[in-house]
Design a protein around this ligand. Structure first.
Ligand code: ATP
Ligand code: MG
Length: 346
């Protein structure tokens, strides 16, 4: 047995794409003669319906005892405006697992250039990784909300910056050896601390990695003008939220993009970047690729099975290059038929 996976299909298309990932993982593990244990748990809206809590104690316990958590998506119109919301379960899970670094690789796969809004000559060769700080900054600061005045506090400690920067530098060593750290150091005190802490860690432990700094406004232009000039992009919570959505459109469809959230140690939370997509849920139209690539990241980072990860990634690339795909990328496949094709060609 190589790993215990907490399996959380969640809601909407999350259920369809998570089912696809499980199928591909089982097939790939079988091919390599290893076995995976899946512990399925109720989470999100489905858990609210079942027991009034989007993150039931039992689910949390299984996740904390697992090597990795594989999540579909949560949410849906059924719970809009409710006092308890599915998304609270997701924030609770991220903080219970203490996953402070969100990693989103952005690539334009062969055959997908036509779906990227970039010109073809710019879309080829895009291969970058955004590392976003996930548990600090403006999203977690104190708030004051008055009728005419409001305040959101942005707070970072050197230790919070250093630990996420370390993840970015480690990732760069396994890639092209370059980190671009993004901040707004000409205006913000937290950005000056950010830059200083990143430089300090760089000098101390990662002098072999090439480091540059960029202001977030310049970065938001450069990401469209010259996305292939970046390798690892490191940034704080709010800037990362915005830049990673901007970058995800480069790949052609929201259904293609994976993510991993990591903390100390090997355990991670893996999910596609899309949500529950209520407009297409239950129709077999969901693109499973973002979820499958998330499952591959899980095999590589948390279960130490790089070969299986590459095998899954290669099968996906071959399927896309052969013109297979769901409707969002101009194909005729259903979620299931694309998944079956990928399983057969692993
Ligand atoms: P949520 O609140 O759960 O995020 P949402 O309404 O914002 O739901 P998203 O899941 O974020 O919906 O999706 C945004 C758009 O992208 C929708 O039109 C959806 O159909 C489409 N989309 C999302 N995921 C996929 C997918 N896997 N395959 C194809 N299209 C998708
Ligand atoms: Mg959404």
């Amino acid at each position: 047995m190589v790993g215990k996976i907490a399996f959380l299909p969640g809601d909407g298309v999350g259920r369809e794409v998570a089912g696809a990932a499980r199928k591909v993982l089982v097939a790939a593990a079988q091919k390599y003669g290893v076995s995976l244990e899946f512990n399925e748990c109720v989470f999100g809206g489905a858990a609210i319906d079942e027991c009034g809590d989007p993150l039931p104690e039992q689910t949390k316990t299984v996740c904390l005892e697992a090597d990795a958590v594989l999540l579909g998506a949560v949410g849906g119109p059924k719970w809009d405006g409710a006092t308890i919301r599915p998304e609270q379960g997701l924030l609770g899970l991220r903080s219970a697992l203490d996953v402070y670094a969100n990693l989103r690789p952005i690539q334009v796969a062969k055959g997908m250039e036509g779906f990227s809004p970039l010109k073809k000559e710019i879309a080829t060769d895009v291969d970058l990784l955004i590392v976003r700080e996930l548990t600090g900054g403006l999203y977690f600061g104190k708030r004051e909300e008055g009728m005419d005045t409001a305040r959101d506090e942005c707070l970072y400690t050197r230790a919070e910056v250093t630990r996420v920067a370390r993840i970015a530098f480690e990732a760069a060593r396994k890639r092209d050896g370059r980190v671009t750290s993004v901040d707004k150091a000409n205006v913000l005190a937290t950005s000056r601390l950010w830059r200083n802490a990143v430089n300090e860690l760089h000098e101390k432990d990662y002098a072999d990695v090439k480091l540059d700094h960029m202001l977030v406004d310049a970065m938001s232009m450069k990401l469209i003008q010259a996305p292939s000039s970046f390798d690892v992009v490191l940034t704080e919570n709010l800037f990362g939220d915005i830049l990673s959505d901007e970058a995800s459109v480069l790949s052609g469809s929201i259904g293609l993009a994976p993510s991993a959230s990591l903390g100390d140690g090997r355990r991670g939370l893996y999910e596609p970047i899309h949500g529950s997509a209520p407009d297409i849920a239950g129709q077999g139209k969901a693109n499973p690729v973002g979820m499958l690539l998330s499952a591959a990241m899980m095999m590589r980072f948390s279960l130490d099975q790089a070969e299986i990860a590459s095998c899954i990634e290669n099968a996906i690339s071959r399927a896309l290059a052969a013109g297979r795909g769901t409707g969002d990328i101009g194909g005729k496949d259903s979620c299931m038929s694309l998944t079956d094709y990928i399983c057969e060609t692993l």
